[in-house]
Design a protein around this ligand. Structure first.
Ligand SMILES: NC(=O)c1ccc[n+]([C@@H]2O[C@H](COP(=O)([O-])OP(=O)(O)OC[C@H]3O[C@@H](n4cnc5c(N)ncnc54)[C@H](O)[C@@H]3O)[C@@H](O)[C@H]2O)c1
Ligand SMILES: [Zn+2]
Length: 394
């Protein structure tokens, strides 16, 4: 019997194209001093003679600790009026996770973009910690299907990790980062003045991400961190600058050359130490902040790497010592919280991780200092032993 045409004919045409992304990451100081051209240069990168329309959003925490900032920005825009057109007053955004949790944030940001007639050739500029950058980045990515977006990260974590990446997100239905996009920004300007204004706890937290990326990619950077722990614990400015630049460069290299910038596969090497960190943040209701939880997660997975025979004995001690020297505590009681059946709640972090990746678990462990290694399962017993090891350090 002959096939009917609809059964027989299959016409598949492969559509294929690639898009090259490029964005500058600028390191500077006093970006809004009148003579600093960092912002003007990135605005004018493609159209040097135009007057560029900009709407600026700023983290309320930053505005509180730098009360002159909005005035300074207005003066800067006035001094560069030939290139920069501030279309409205600076829009404050509540800082921290609140802005990602509040369902009104995105509509409110979109409304501001609409009211000021931001178009695909205008700029939105976000000044803030990782949370504000995520929320404003998300609104900018969906408004008109994406408008030009410039980030000014203001925390160590945002400058040395999240701010230089390509993701944004807000929280929804009680789930972190559930709604978001991959949207490479127009430019990133890392200004060290914002770092000076941070409370010590926030300065320290961001260092965990630098240690993380050193451990999976760059043993020499890890050795540098070890040999300058004394300066880092005092937040010496040149040493903080170096930590931020090196860590940002390693994160950028991973995104550009790791083969999966938009995370289509299952591996997330930059999430070393994060399966337990995310769970710990949740279990402690963010009493432990992200960087602090990552420090614990790094120590846990480093010890696990030794116990599972992948990493030389003693390297776990070395990593834990550096973290402790920098002032991180590697213990929280929530690490040993269990359900009614005696199962560790932390272990749910692994199944959450698997779910987020889409089925296949991929966790990065260490094969050496500076050498990440992907594995697809973890042994509950060895995880428990790693937790015991952390407890002994209390
Ligand atoms: N998009 C990504 O790829 C990515 C990656 C990692 C983390 N993140 C997100 O980043 C967020 C965490 O960001 P974070 O660690 O930067 O902290 P944060 O944005 O939560 O800010 C912490 C606090 O510091 C305040 N603050 C920020 N900068 C300040 C400054 N210079 N001076 C004084 N106070 C200041 C904020 O108002 C807030 O109260 C989380 O929501 C996390 O999910 C995103
Ligand atoms: Zn992180």
């Amino acid at each position: 019997m002959l096939d009917t045409p609809s059964q027989r004919v299959e016409d598949v045409r492969l559509q294929s194209f690639s898009v090259a992304y490029e964005y500058p990451v600028v390191f500077t100081r006093d970006a809004f001093a009148l003579g600093n051209r960092s912002l003007i240069d990135v605005l004018a990168r493609r159209e040097p003679h135009k007057r560029h329309r900009c709407l600026i959003f700023a983290d309320q925490g930053v505005l509180t600790s730098l009360p002159d900032l909005s005035c300074q920005i207005e003066n800067y825009a006035a001094a560069h009026a030939g290139r920069m057109d501030l279309v409205g007053p600076l829009v404050p955004v509540p800082g921290g996770e609140i802005c990602k949790n509040d369902p009104d944030t995105t509509p409110r940001l979109l409304e501001a973009l609409s009211r000021h007639a931001i178009d695909r050739h205008s700029y939105t500029i976000a000044i803030g910690g990782g949370a504000v950058l995520d929320a404003v980045g998300y609104a900018s990515a969906i408004f008109h299907r994406g408008v030009r977006h410039i980030r000014f990260p203001t925390t160590v974590l945002a400058q040395d990790d999240s701010g230089v990446g390509v993701k944004n997100a807000v929280n929804q239905f009680g789930l972190k980062n559930l709604i978001g996009t991959f949207a490479p920004p127009w430019a990133i300007i890392n200004d060290s003045v914002f770092i000076d204004a941070l409370p010590p706890r926030e300065k320290r937290a961001g260092m965990a991400e630098a240690i993380k990326v050193a451990l999976i990619r760059d043993g020499r950077f890890f050795e540098w961190l070890e040999s300058h722990a004394d300066e880092l614990i005092r937040f010496s400015r040149p040493h903080m600058d170096h930590l931020i630049k090196e860590s940002a460069a390693l994160h950028m290299r991973q995104i550009a050359h790791g083969g999966d910038p938009f995370e289509m596969g299952s591996a997330r090497p930059l999430d070393f130490g994060h399966w337990s960190a995310h769970k710990l943040e949740q279990l402690t209701r963010n009493e432990v902040n992200h960087g602090e939880a990552v420090a614990i997660g790094i120590a846990l997975d480093t010890r696990y790497s030794v116990l599972s025979g992948r990493l030389a004995a003693g390297e776990d001690e070395r990593v834990a010592r550096l973290l402790e020297q920098l002032g991180f505590s590697l213990w929280h009681d929530a690490l040993e919280h269990a359900d009614a059946h005696g199962h560790l709640l932390l272990l749910k972090g692994l199944s959450d991780f698997r779910e987020h990746l889409g089925g296949e678990l991929t966790v990065t462990l260490l094969a050496g200092i500076g050498k990440g290694l992907e594995v697809h399962e973890m042994d509950d017993r060895l995880i428990s032993q790693s937790i015991d090891w952390l407890k002994q350090r209390k």
